[in-house]
Design a protein around this ligand. Structure first.
Ligand code: SAH
Ligand code: DHB
Ligand code: MG
Length: 408
C-alpha cells in the first residue's frame, strides 16, 4: 500500500494498522461486534482506534463518572467503561430497547455489568430526569446519538457538568457537509446549530478536529466546560458568598430553580393554566423571570454587547427546558456582575425600555434583576397555591434568603 492508493482505502488500511498496534480486539470487543452484526444493527459504532482514543482521554482526565448518549450495541461503552477506576460509573442512554438489551448482554460478557447503566428511552427525557434529580456532575460526556438533537444534548450535558468536564461529540464533520447550510439534512443542520451554540456558550472552550480512518472522513468536537466567561470576578463555585450582591444573585437563581423543580410535578394543563396574575401562567411567568435575567446580563455589560432576542416568544417550554436556560442565565449574569463591579457599580448606562430612554447605574440594574425575580416568584407561589395540587399546593417551597443560606 502506498500514497498513490485511493484516499479512503488508504485511511482504512492505516486505521487497521493502528488498530493492530494499539487497539487490538479481545474477546469482549469481538463478541460485541459479532452480536451487533447478528442483530443486523447498522455499522456505525466508533472504529477501534477511536474507541481507544476515548479510553485514553478518559484515563488522562481520571474520569470516574462518564455519560454516553447513544449506546447501540455497547461497543464504545466497553472502551469507556474499561477506563474507569474502581468504583467508577458509566451511564449510557439508548432509545431502542432491543439495542439496549444487546448492549447489556455485551457489557455483561465483558465483565462490566457492575459499573454500567444502560438507560432506555429518549435521551432528552433521560437527561431532563437526571437534571431534575440533581445528579452529581459527570467528568466525561460522549455525545453520539441522533445528530439532529445535538443542540438539545449540548445544553443538557452542560447542566450535568462541572468546571473541567470534557464533552466530546462524534460525527460533526460528515465528509465536510458541516460547512454546507443547504444540505437539507437534519443531522448536518443539528451539528451546525450546535457549533453556533458552542461558539457563543459562556461556559465552553472547544476545539474541532477533522478525522480520517476506517469510517471515512468525519470529525470530533472536544469541548471543556469552564467556570464561565469571567470566573475570576465571581465567587468560587460552591463557596457560599457573603457579599450582599453575590448573595442576591445566587439566591435569585436558587429560588427560581426551586420553583421550576416544583413545577415539574405539574401536568401540561396546570403548567399553562391562565391566572389573572402577572404574566398569566406559571409557564409565562417563569419564562419571564429567566428571560429578564438573560436580557439584563446583556444590558449590564452594555454596548457593544447586544441585547439578545427574547425567549418569551415561545409558549412551549417545559420546566426542565427552562432549568437549562436558567443555568446559562445564572452563569451569564454572574459574569456580567463581576465585570460591572470591576467597572464600578456607580457607572451609569443608557438603556431604552419600550421606546423610552433611561439612564441606570449598574448597581440599580443588578438590584432590579433580583427584585424583579422575587416579585414574579411571589406570583408563581400564588398560582401554585390556587392550583390545589395535593402534596404541592399545601407544601410550597420556602424561598427566602435564610432558607437559601440554610440549604444552598
Ligand atoms: N456510541 C455507539 C454508537 C451509537 S449509534 C458506539 O460507538 O458503539 C447511535 C445510537 O443512538 C443508536 O443506537 C440509536 O438508536 C441511538 N439514538 C438515536 N436517537 C436517540 C434518542 N433520541 N435517544 C437515545 N438514543 C438515540
Ligand atoms: C451514523 C451515526 C454515528 O454515530 C456514526 O459514528 C456514523 C454514522 C449515522 O447515523 O449514520
Ligand atoms: Mg458516532
Amino acid at each position: 500500500m502506498g500514497i498513490d492508493q485511493e484516499p479512503a482505502s488508504q485511511w482504512a488500511a492505516v486505521d487497521r494498522a493502528v488498530e493492530d498496534w494499539l487497539a487490538p480486539a479481545d474477546d469482549a470487543l469481538h463478541h460485541a461486534t459479532a452480536a451487533a452484526t447478528r442483530a443486523g444493527l447498522p455499522e456505525i459504532a466508533v472504529a477501534p482506534a477511536q474507541g481507544r482514543l476515548l479510553q485514553v482521554i478518559a484515563r488522562s482526565i481520571g474520569a470516574r463518572r462518564i455519560l454516553e448518549i447513544g449506546t447501540l450495541a455497547g461497543y464504545s461503552a466497553i472502551w469507556l467503561a474499561r477506563a474507569l477506576p474502581a468504583g467508577g460509573r458509566l451511564v449510557t442512554l439508548e432509545l431502542d430497547p432491543a439495542r439496549a438489551e444487546i448492549a447489556r448482554g455485551n457489557l455483561a460478557h465483558a465483565g462490566l455489568a457492575d459499573r454500567v447503566d444502560v438507560v432506555t428511552g429518549r435521551a432528552v427525557d433521560s437527561l431532563d430526569a437526571m437534571i431534575t434529580r440533581g445528579e452529581a456532575p459527570y467528568d466525561l460526556i460522549f455525545i453520539d446519538a441522533d445528530k439532529e438533537s445535538c443542540p438539545q444534548y449540548l445544553e443538557r450535558t452542560v447542566a450535568l457538568s462541572r468546571a473541567g468536564t470534557l464533552i466530546l461529540v462524534d460525527n460533526v464533520v460528515r465528509r465536510g457537509r458541516l460547512i454546507d447550510a443547504n444540505t437539507g439534512d437534519a443531522g448536518v443542520d443539528g451539528a451546525r446549530r450546535m457549533m453556533d451554540m458552542v461558539a457563543q456558550h459562556p461556559r465552553l472552550e472547544a476545539a474541532g478536529i477533522q478525522t480520517v480512518g476506517a469510517k471515512g472522513y468525519d470529525g470530533l468536537l472536544i469541548a471543556r466546560v469552564t467556570e464561565g466567561r469571567d470566573a475570576s470576578a465571581s465567587p468560587a463555585h460552591g463557596a457560599r458568598p457573603s457579599d450582599p450582591l453575590d448573595i442576591s444573585l445566587a439566591h435569585n437563581a436558587w429560588a427560581t430553580r426551586e420553583l421550576l423543580r416544583a413545577c415539574m410535578k405539574l401536568d401540561a394543563a396546570q403548567w399553562h393554566k391562565r391566572f389573572d396574575v402577572g404574566p398569566g401562567s406559571l409557564h409565562d411567568t417563569l419564562t419571564h423571570i429567566v428571560g429578564a435575567m438573560l436580557r439584563w446580563a446583556d444590558r449590564i455589560d452594555g454596548p457593544p454587547r447586544a441585547v439578545r432576542p427574547s425567549i418569551e416568544d415561545s409558549t412551549q417550554r417545559t420546566p426542565s427546558e427552562l432549568l437549562v436556560l436558567l443555568e446559562a442565565a445564572e452563569t451569564d449574569l454572574a459574569a456580567s456582575a463581576g465585570r460591572a463591579r470591576q467597572r464600578g457599580l456607580e457607572t451609569a448606562l443608557d438603556v431604552t425600555l419600550g421606546g423610552t430612554p433611561y439612564r441606570f447605574t449598574l448597581g440599580a440594574m443588578l438590584t432590579h434583576v433580583t427584585t424583579h425575580g422575587m416579585h414574579h416568584r411571589a406570583q408563581c407561589l400564588n398560582m401554585l397555591r390556587r392550583l390545589e395540587v395535593a402534596g404541592l399546593s399545601d407544601a410550597l417551597p420556602e424561598l427566602d434568603v435564610l432558607e437559601w443560606h440554610a440549604r444552598a
